[in-house]
Each structure stands twice: as C-alpha cells, then as structure tokens.
Write a protein that binds this ligand. Structure first.
Ligand code: FRU
Length: 437
C-alpha cells in the first residue's frame, strides 16, 4: 500500500457477523464490591509505558475512567463526563483517587482518551467535547492533551496533582476527517485519542475515532445516500520528532464506509509480530441491511498502517450474549504475558430490548436499576493469526500484575484450526485511494 491508501471493513465481511461460542461472553452479574459506588464509571484506560505495557509506578498501577455522579440518570452521563483516576497495588482492589483535572479542562466535558508515562512525565490524552464557552450543550470534539502534572506515590496510595497544561492537538481537516459541518450521519465523531509507539518503526502515533467525508452525490456505497451516512474510520496522526505534544494528521488506517458509523476507542495490541487493531461499536450504528452487535471488533495486519484483515472473517471478537446484548461496552484490550486481556464497563444489564434507544422508554427507576456503571469482568482472549477465542473471564476490575500467573483458562487459547489459519491465505482486503468519494 502507499501512504494514501487504507484498509476498508467491507459490507461482505460485516455480513458474516454471527454470535459464536468463541465470541460471546457469559452473562454478567453486578460485582460484589464497587470501588466507586458514588459515581457512574464507563470508558476506562490504563496508564501505560512507552512499550504499551501497563505502567507500574512505585508498585502502583493507575487507571482512568469517564465518570459522572451516580444520582444522574445514566443516559445523561455523557453530558457531564469528568475523568477520575483509580489506583491499585494488586490489580484487584482499586481506590478512587478523585477527579484528575480539579482546575478544569478543555471543552464542556471530557471524553475518552489514553494515558502514558514517559520517563516520569504524565501525558493524558482526551477528547475535549463541546465548546467551552457555549451556553448550551454542543457536540464539537477536539483531541487534547494535559501535561505537566505529577504522579506522587506513597505506601498509602497515589496522588495525581496539577496544575496541568491543556492543549488542543488535533482538529478534523475536512479532507481525510469529516468536520462537524460536513456530517450527515447520526452522530459526529473526532475523539478517543490513543497513544502508541510502534515497536517496529519507533514511530510515535495517535489513533482516534473519526468519520471520512462522503459528499452528497458521491458514488460511494453504489450511490446509496442512506448507506453513505455510515462513514466511520480509525484516524491516524504521527509525531515525526517523537514529541508527545506535536502531531501531524495522516490518512485513516481503516474505514467502515457503507458499514458502520462509529469505530470507537481504536487501539492496537502487538502479538506474535502482528498488529491487532480493535474498536468498539454498537448494534444501532451498522448501516441498513447489516446486523451487528454491541461488540469489540478487530482486524489484523503485518504493520501499523495495514493492510488489515477482519478477525474471524467478520471482525467480531467479543460480544454480549443475545439475552443480555447491552451488558458490556467500550472494550479495551491489553497484553498480559502471552495473553491478550480485555476490560470493558458494565453497561445496561437485565435488558434485552432491540436497541439501546429503548432504554429511554423505561421508567426512570428501571433505567437506574439496570445500569451497571462500573467495570465489567476482564475477558481472556486467545489470539492466533486471524482468529480469536474467548478463553474465560476474570473478576470485575481485575487487571493482573505482570507477576501474576493466571489460573488455567476455561478454554485453551489456540485451537489447531486457529493455528492452521494463522498462516493461511489472506481474506479479501480492499484498499482504495483517499479521494474516491
Ligand atoms: C464510547 C464513547 C466514546 C466517547 C465516550 C463518551 O463509550 O462513545 O467514544 O469518548 O463514550 O461518553
């Protein structure tokens, strides 16, 4: 591929999405202990080091979550999201460190991001959502960073202290990445920055969720104007000098035009020398004529820019059971020894409606009762070549330490069929020039 091409999740591939024993998690029960019952907790990311491993600072590990007061109606939480942090020594018992940006941050509210600890310096990438000076709620999104704060540790815990310096790093260019005024879809996206240093090239990278501009009248999706509204992509920026504060936009690395409108929280795990690209997406963001689930979807390539092939033929990697289709969301995979683990948040359980939108039709009491608002069980994933398989689950909030040996999994990670497929022929990958639309 040349620099101006990227991979595509095609309708043919997505049409193969089916729940299978390898991709469906067990039903989730509420956790026995909730380390932050006074707040809703949803999108979560771990403090990582430059190698992409979970960072340990003086024996502590730290995670960051979007949060909102627990007395708020869960559906309203996105409008007031604030980032809090949690810390743990053993990866099981987590303590609430409180709000990270006590002095405020960019945007009306802060959405998902990533966090990296580089030679003792903390960089918190986040989405500045909404215009900070607007009276009413707005949906603009910019990719921002906070830096200059400190991570203080003691035998008692971790204290993240400001003041932070906040900077907008990236805004959509309108060419590779849709601006809000170009958007024709159900929701506009330019968010969820995820920091990554490519181990093969040493290049410093941000991935993010965005949409590709598809002008009215273009011939994308056979000219079908409704399908064209489904134009998600995984965005890409690089820092040529490796400076965590200076970024140049690059073309996307994958798009889902005619397939899906939101490829949320993109991130990569390198395993066996391959690049596993993961995104979360919703049942209701698939284009007409396609049926998908609230799920973690994934793709594999031999280098960061691709070409990417969908995992398991369709892209489906982890989903909820059919009788609890919205019980978890916003999955994030990370390496643990020779396994891949996946954390997510416990979303609406005890609910098997046709769409998440139906939640709003329930009485307020029921909307609250059915919302988990905390982390879900950690999923163990076997990964080989282009195949994955759920091997079992760990407890809610369990992020094992590097030294921790996990029990024998319920399912072996790699089946002979998966290994055979690992070296098998590539499935059809379409790439195309950036300005086709
Ligand atoms: C996924 C998500 C993210 C966004 C956040 C806002 O759960 O949609 O893309 O940053 O939720 O609450």
């Amino acid at each position: 591929m040349t620099g101006a091409e990227w991979s595509q999740w095609t309708r043919d591939q997505a049409a193969r999405i089916r729940r299978t024993p390898e991709t469906v998690t067990p039903v989730i029960e509420p956790p026995e202990v909730d380390p932050a019952s006074d707040v809703h907790v949803w999108d979560t990311w771990l403090l990582r080091d430059r190698h992409g491993q979970v960072a340990t600072v003086d024996g502590w590990r730290v995670l960051f979550s979007l949060t909102a007061p627990a007395d708020l109606l869960p559906g309203k939480r996105h409008d007031v999201a604030e980032i809090r942090y949690f810390y743990s020594r053993d990866g099981r018992e987590w303590h609430n460190g409180g709000v990270v940006f006590e002095e405020g941050a960019l945007g009306q509210r802060q959405w998902a991001g990533s966090a990296v600890y580089l030679d003792g310096d903390l960089y918190l990438y986040y989405t500045a959502a909404g215009d900070g000076d607007a009276e009413e709620l707005t949906y603009s999104q910019r990719i921002a960073v906070a830096h200059g704060g400190t991570v203080e540790t003691s035998t008692e815990g971790v204290h993240i202290a400001g003041p932070f310096r906040h900077e907008v790093l990236l805004e959509p260019d309108g060419e590779f990445y849709e601006r809000e005024d170009q958007s024709r879809g159900m929701i506009y996206t330019f968010r969820d920055p995820w920091f990554f240093i490519d181990p093969a090239t040493g290049e410093t990278t941000l991935l993010f969720e965005a949409n590709v501009p598809v002008p009215e009248g273009s011939d994308a999706c056979g000219g079908d104007p409704h399908q064209q509204e489904f134009n998600g992509c995984v965005g890409h920026a690089v820092s040529p000098e490796g400076d965590p504060l200076a970024w140049d936009l690059r073309p996307p690395i994958l798009d889902s035009v005619c397939v899906n409108q939101e490829l949320e929280r993109p991130h990569v795990v390198v395993a066996g020398g391959r690049y596993y690209l993961f995104v979360s997406s919703h049942m209701h963001t698939f284009a007409p004529g396609l049926e998908g689930y609230d799920a973690l979807y994934g793709f594999v390539a031999d280098s960061l820019r691709g070409a990417y092939r969908p995992l398991n033929g369709s892209g489906l990697v982890v989903t909820n059971p059919a009788n609890a289709p919205f019980q978890a969301y916003s999955w994030m995979a990370f390496p643990h020894r020779d396994e891949v683990l996946v954390q997510s948040f416990f979303n609406y359980y005890d609910f098997a409606g046709q769409s998440l939108d139906e939640i709003a039709d329930l009485p307020v009491f029921e909307q609250r009762r059915r919302f988990g608002g905390t982390l879900g069980p950690t999923v163990r994933l076997g990964v080989a070549g282009e195949e994955t398989r759920i091997r079992g689950t760990l407890a809610h909030w369990h992020i094992p330490t590097a030294e921790e040996t996990l029990p024998a999994p319920e399912h072996s990670g790699v089946t002979p069929a998966m290994l055979a497929a690992a070296d098998g022929p590539d499935v059809d990958v379409r790439t195309r020039w950036s300005r086709t639309y």
